[in-house]
Design a protein around this ligand. Structure first.
Ligand SMILES: Nc1ncnc2c1ncn2[C@@H]1O[C@H](COP(=O)(O)OP(=O)(O)O)[C@@H](O)[C@H]1O
Ligand SMILES: N[C@@H](CC(=O)OP(=O)(O)O)C(=O)O
Length: 459
């Protein structure tokens, strides 16, 4: 039988009732032999606070108590079986030790150890729930298989090692039992715990699906699929029955939180179909993401990435000079900054950097700015959001740009990226304008059926 990997996100495993819906989904599909769970909703945020903030003992204790109350509520829902209670208490005692560790704030390895605990607790509890519902299940430590480099907080998976370990440790077990493992976490060569970056459980599921040659990978979350835009921005957003790999990858990269940006990479490599649906309402179906789609409309979705920083570096010496851009990018790369949009003129280059405050990714800091200042004038502007239209052949179809830009003509677009990629058009807008811009564009591109097909005819 073909194999399915099912991943359940934080809201899906937030409490015992939510977990029960997930367990029914697992039991209902005999192809699901491996389950990936995130930490219960809210837990990773508490752990991130513990790992990153200077806190008083009282504040540390308060955060630990919040985590405990989430986990204990689930444990009570399971009737507190002694063997699970013992294991949960062990994990909570590791949490306490790490939270009070003197070097925590300066040791990325300890931070990742701490961050891993949310998934380690939820997987323990979910495996027990499956057993109690009569399904043969075991908790499995993802760190044995998800081998990574030692870039703590944003570790890079080692695909060959993962395939090797999955073959050795997971594949032989799948006939016997359903393995319940942790998303988001892995381990480096020295077996130190690492994490794949916030939201990384989707990525874990896709990596395991790849390593185990699964036919499908299901991402069960709190929405009934991928929508035309974040349903929290407008209630007019509609769920999409299908998406291509390219479209989904663009959406994930440009801010559709429903999928971690790297999720599609393993799926594309092995042509694995990915499903996104709601664990609360599985009967409502969801989005199937596959290599090819029945229709490839010009406009598929709108995404937003918040808290972008615009950096402009300017030097008269760029005129006729070669190598300036290289110098700029070299400095940014050395500081692990990832650049999204770039525009250049004869003497200046403007670029955007993703800079959300709670991200584990590198942020633009004073040191980087000082280095850039050694070679140029530097201007840093904050308070921007990146809005992206995702679709197909947008760079070559007549009328696309006028259609989009006419709809938002009253707004100032600070930077536009159009034409580099057939699947997206991105622009940087003031944070305060982005919701209205998305609503306007949504109305124009997705709420007026005849217009959409009219433009498709021009393609
Ligand atoms: N285009 C989109 N389609 C669906 N959901 C989206 C989209 N863009 C953003 N989201 C948000 O993603 C959320 C689900 O992602 P997330 O909170 O990470 O779930 P989980 O905890 O299950 O991993 C949804 O509640 C929704 O608000
Ligand atoms: N628990 C981790 C990993 C994750 O993927 O969570 P979720 O599936 O709830 O987005 C986080 O919050 O970042």
């Amino acid at each position: 039988m073909s194999l399915n990997i099912a991943k359940f996100g934080g809201t899906s495993v937030a409490n015992i009732d939510a977990m029960r819906s997930c367990a029914k989904i697992v039991i209902g599909n005999p192809a699901t032999r491996m389950v990936v769970v995130s930490a219960a909703a809210g837990v990773t945020n508490h752990l991130v606070q513990l790992a990153n903030e200077e806190l008083t003992s009282e504040q540390v204790n308060e955060l630990i108590a919040k985590v405990e109350s989430i986990e204990f509520a689930i444990l009570v829902g399971l009737q507190s079986p002694p063997h699970v209670t013992v294991k949960l208490n062990e994990l909570l005692s590791i949490l306490r030790d790490l939270a009070f560790h003197e070097e925590l704030l300066h040791r990325p390895d300890l931070k990742d150890d701490l961050l891993s605990l949310g998934e380690r607790m939820s997987s323990l509890l979910f495996a027990e729930l499956l057993c109690q519902m009569g399904h043969s299940a075991e908790n499995f430590d993802a760190r044995k298989v998800i081998k990574t480099d030692n870039e703590f907080g944003q570790a890079e998976p080692d695909i060959a090692q993962i395939a090797l370990q999955a073959d050795k440790l997971v594949r032989p077990e799948l006939e016997r039992v359903v393995l319940v493992t942790q998303g988001f976490i892995g381990s480096d060569e020295q077996d130190n715990t690492t994490t794949l970056g916030r939201g990384g459980s989707d990525y874990t599921a896709a990596l395991l699906a790849e390593a185990l040659d699964a036919a499908t990978c299901e991402i069960w979350t709190d929405v009934i699929g991928v929508y035309t835009t974040d349903p929290r921005i407008t209630d007019k957003a509609k769920p999409l029955p299908e998406l291509s790999f390219e479209e989904a990858a663009e959406m994930a990269t440009f801010g559709a939180k429903v999928l971690h940006p790297a999720t599609m990479v393993p799926a594309v490599r092995k042509n694995i179909r990915v499903f996104v649906g709601s664990s609360r309402e599985p009967e409502k179906g969801g989005t199937w993401i596959a290599k090819d789609c029945k229709v490839e409309p010009h406009y598929r979705a709108l995404t937003r990435r918040k808290e972008q920083v615009l950096v402009t570096v300017k030097t008269p010496s760029m005129l006729y000079a070669s190598g300036f851009l290289q110098q700029v990018f070299e400095i940014l790369a050395r500081h692990h900054l990832s650049v999204d949009l770039v525009t250049t003129s004869e003497i200046a280059v403007s670029l955007t950097i993703d800079n959300p405050p709670n991200s584990v990714r590198a942020r633009l800091n004073r040191e980087t700015i000082e280095e850039l200042k050694e070679i140029s004038e530097v201007k840093v502007e904050e308070g921007y959001d990146l809005v992206t239209v995702v679709g197909n052949n947008m760079h070559s179809a007549a009328g696309v740009s006028s259609h989009i830009f006419a709809a938002i003509k009253d707004y100032n677009l600070r930077l536009i990226c159009y034409g580099a990629n057939p699947h997206n058009i991105s622009f940087l807008v003031r944070e305060s304008d982005s919701t209205e811009i998305i609503k306007l564009l949504h109305r124009e591109l997705f709420e007026q059926e005849p217009l959409q097909s009219h433009h498709a005819n021009h393609g």
